[in-house]
Every structure is written in structure tokens, then in C-alpha cells.
Ligand binder design. Structure first.
Ligand SMILES: [Zn+2]
Length: 466
């Protein structure tokens, strides 16, 4: 059953589609212009050029005049944007669409590997190249393109529509999305459902070679980092203690790594496999449609594969280790960080408890930052899901739509309490191997894919606001 391993991560694809006259697409030209504005988030916030974010606001204002004239627009915490589109029925619950305007930096030394410079906004080969082309300027501009078109046609939503665009998603969203969420709470807003970035359509899944797979993420994994600090006797290396802090901490870390979390099929992944089943050949069709029987076996198989294991277990990653200042001194402290990505249903407290039990050493202290909201699992039978599914079906009739779970994190966690259901999806179609360009080299979006994503956004707004 080796093909099972390819599910959802979709490693390889052959895709060659060409569009003509891409340069004629005004939307693509605007996306290219947006990429030229370097709204880069750095972990060290002193390096952030907030002037670029202000330029970005000015650019949006001039590019989407109807949106900015009709919707109530406010800057939140200076650099994030909240846009409110009043609905005709004040009693109907509004809906929320979110995206982010910041992008990750280019890894130093990789600039020359780009086919076109990352902030040049080049359109070539029917593609728009540059940092943010997929993550997430297409998402943000796509929503505004759709709204601008609908306003031009005189569309009046029945439900209110809110757009919340954060400015620091790539560095936790604590100043952007968190502030936007506070402001929306202040305004007394509560949404029937929301749609953020995080899901898209993929081509090139070996299980479904002929059809794009639309993954609407109904959940994302939780995020927790634990810091372990061993303290003990230090001193001159000519007379070392029996167990050094480095040895003590290393042994604890080795125990943690040797005891991964048990694989388990959580509801969103179960729902994904079940939705896929009718479209697959044997043996996957049988396996995935009888998960009551095969579930634990499928989970174990997926856990054995590097690509699919994040879908079925809370992952453990040793990410930092620091100790010592001099080769002939035994340090009195050694410190390490372990990053966990939590499956729905596993809480940070569960992880702490488990790791404390595994470490079981009074000379190692375990600490952690306050955790964010625990991500919720949205209803894949809910009205919001149905709206996204219908929008996809109209634009991509050949696509197979499945609920899924995002392995990364998004701004969504800041909005959990504001909406009954949270979905993650932008209607772009990408090749499976293109996913690695997100945060990597040669990020691009095909012009045709971008235009279709605008169409999906349009339909989501129209159908959602009914
Ligand atoms: Zn993003």
C-alpha cells in the first residue's frame, strides 16, 4: 500500500499549462505591483520597515477604489486593516474573510537562486513571480478583486462581510490578528463562519492523477514549545562531575525523541480519507471507506511515512540546544527547546504532563510560554463548508473537494472565539511540488490560477452573504 503515503502531502506532479497574454490581466498586474512592496516580517521587529506597510495600504486604496469608498475601513494597531461591508439584513450573522499582508524574508544567500528577483514582481511565462505570490498576497488581493467586481455590479450582501488583514502573521500575529480580533470583539461582532488562508487546490496527487484536490482545512494543528533547562555542578574540565548538565539534558532529550506520541486518526483526517475513498482505486477505496475497521492500521502506516506522519500524530521536534562557553569549562546550565505540533484533542497541558513524566528528573526544569487559543475543529457539514464547496464546484467542476487539516499554523487561532466555524481556503490551484516555494525559493502563481481564485472568492462572497 505504498501509494497511501502520498496522500495530502502530494509530493510529485507534472503540470504544464500555458495561458496566453498573461500580461493583459489587470489583476495579475496589480498582484505583481503588490509584490514589489516589501512588507517583510522579521523575527527581530526592529528590522521591520513599517513604511512599506503604509505604502501597501496606499496601494490598496488606489487599486480598489470602490471597496475603500463603500466599506468602513480602519487601520488597527496602525498596520493591520479591518474593512466592514454592511449587510442589508442587520439580524443575519456576518461572515469573516481573513488574509495577511506580511511575507517572510528571503533566506540570506538564496537571492540568486530565484529565477526572477523576489521583490521585482515579474510576470513571465504566464506566471507572477515573487515573495508573497502564494503566501499570502494572492489571498488578500484576490478577496479585494472579488469585492471590487461585485461592487461594480451593484451587489448588496444580505449578511455583513468583514475583511481582516493582519500585518504580522509570519511572526505569530500577536500585533496584527490579535489586535484585529480585540477590535472585532469591541464592535460586538460574531460570525457564522470565517475563511482564512491555509487550504488550496493541488494537482499531481498520485492517488488522483487526473483531478485537482481541493483541500478545505477545517482544523489546524496546535503549537507549543517547551524549554528544558538542566542545572548542576560545573567547574574545571580537569575534574568533571559524574554527570554533566549536557549529559543530563541530552539523555532527557533522547528519551523524548524515543517516545513519540501515539498515532491516531483524528476527525478531520478521517473525514478527508472518507471523502477521498469513492474517487480512489483499490485498495485505498476499501481501506478508507471502512475506517471503523482499518483506522488504526491506516494511522500506523501514515505515521511510518515522513510525509504523512504530521497528519496522524502530535509531532516532537528538538530545535535548539545551548550549553557551554569554553572548551575546558563544564557548564552549570544546559538549555534546549522542543517544538510540538498538536493534533486536535491534545492540549498543551497533555503535552507538558507527558514530557514531565518522560523526563522525570528533578534537575531539569521544564517551562513554556503562555499558549494561544487551542484550535477548534470546524464542521465539515456546516453551511460555511457548503458555500466554499459550491464555489469550488462552479469554478473547478473537475475537482474533488475534501475536508482536511493544516499542518502549519495561521492567524486563525486568534479568531477562534469570534466565529462558530473556521475554514482555511483560497481558490488557487498549485502543483504539489510548488508548495515548497512557500517560504522558499521561486515562489510564483500561475496567472490563470490567480484569476480562478478571484472567481472562487467572488462566489464565496456571493453565496456566503445570501
Ligand atoms: Zn500565510
Amino acid at each position: 500500500m505504498p501509494r497511501l503515503t502520498f496522500i495530502a502531502v502530494l509530493v510529485c506532479a507534472l503540470f504544464s499549462r500555458s495561458t496566453s497574454a498573461a500580461g493583459d490581466s489587470p489583476a495579475a498586474l496589480r498582484l505583481a505591483a503588490a509584490i514589489r512592496i516589501e512588507t517583510v516580517s522579521y523575527q527581530d521587529s526592529r528590522r521591520i520597515d513599517y513604511g512599506e506597510f503604509q505604502r501597501f495600504h496606499t496601494f490598496l486604496r488606489s487599486s480598489f477604489p470602490r471597496v475603500f469608498a463603500t466599506l468602513q475601513v480602519e487601520a488597527v494597531n496602525d498596520h493591520s486593516l479591518l474593512l466592514r461591508w454592511a449587510g442589508s439584513d442587520a439580524t443575519a450573522q456576518p461572515i469573516l474573510f481573513t488574509a495577511h499582508m506580511d511575507v517572510v524574508p528571503i533566506e540570506p544567500g538564496t537571492e540568486k537562486d530565484w529565477q526572477h528577483p523576489p521583490f521585482a514582481g515579474v510576470i513571465a511565462d504566464s506566471r507572477v513571480y515573487g515573495r508573497g505570490a502564494l503566501d499570502d498576497k494572492q489571498g488578500l488581493l484576490g478577496l479585494l478583486e472579488a469585492a471590487e467586481q461585485l461592487l461594480a455590479e451593484g451587489f448588496v450582501p444580505r449578511r455583513g462581510i468583514v475583511f481582516a488583514f493582519g500585518h504580522d502573521e509570519e511572526i505569530s500575529g500577536r500585533h496584527g490578528a490579535a489586535a484585529l480580533a480585540r477590535r472585532m470583539r469591541e464592535l460586538g461582532l460574531h460570525f457564522a463562519w470565517m475563511v482564512d488562508e491555509g487550504g488550496m487546490l493541488f494537482t499531481g496527487n498520485p492517488l488522483l492523477p487526473e483531478r485537482p484536490l481541493a483541500m478545505i482545512n477545517v482544523a489546524e494543528k496546535g503549537y507549543l514549545t517547551l524549554t528544558l533547562e538542566a542545572t548542576g555542578e560545573g567547574g574545571h574540565s580537569s575534574n568533571p562531575p559524574k554527570i554533566s548538565t549536557i549529559g543530563r539534558l541530552s539523555a532527557a532529550l533522547a528519551r523524548i525523541e524515543a517516545n513519540p506520541f501515539e498515532p491516531r486518526l483524528v476527525e478531520p483526517v478521517r473525514a478527508m480519507l472518507q471523502s477521498l475513498a469513492p474517487h480512489l482505486g483499490l485498495p485505498e477505496r476499501l481501506l478508507f471507506s471502512n475506517l471503523w475497521l482499518t483506522g488504526s492500521m491506516v494511522a500506523r502506516r501514515m505515521a511510518d511515512d515522513r510525509q504523512t506522519q504530521p497528519l496522524v500524530r502530535t509531532t516532537t521536534a528538538l530545535t535548539l540546544f545551548n550549553a557551554g562557553v569554553k572548551e575546558n569549562v563544564v557548564p552549570q546550565r544546559a538549555r534546549a527547546s522542543v517544538n510540538f505540533r498538536l493534533l486536535p484533542g491534545t492540549t498543551p497541558a497533555d503535552v507538558v504532563q507527558r514530557i514531565e513524566a518522560i523526563v522525570d528528573d528533578p534537575q531539569i526544569a521544564i517551562s513554556y510560554d503562555q499558549w494561544d487559543n487551542i484550535p477548534a475543529v470546524a464542521d465539515s457539514q456546516g453551511s460555511g463548508f457548503a458555500v466554499i464547496e459550491a464555489a469550488v464546484a462552479e469554478v473547478y467542476p473537475e475537482a474533488v473537494v475534501v475536508p482536511s487539516m493544516l499542518m502549519a499554523t495561521t492567524d486563525t487561532r486568534h479568531y477562534i472565539d469570534l466565529a462558530d466555524n473556521q475554514y482555511r481556503f483560497h481558490g488557487v490551484v498549485v502543483k504539489a511540488q510548488q508548495a515548497s516555494s512557500i517560504h522558499g525559493t521561486n515562489e510564483y502563481i500561475a496567472v490563470e490560477s490567480y484569476e480562478k481564485s478571484i472567481e472562487v472568492a467572488r462566489r464565496m462572497l456571493q453565496l456566503g452573504a445570501r
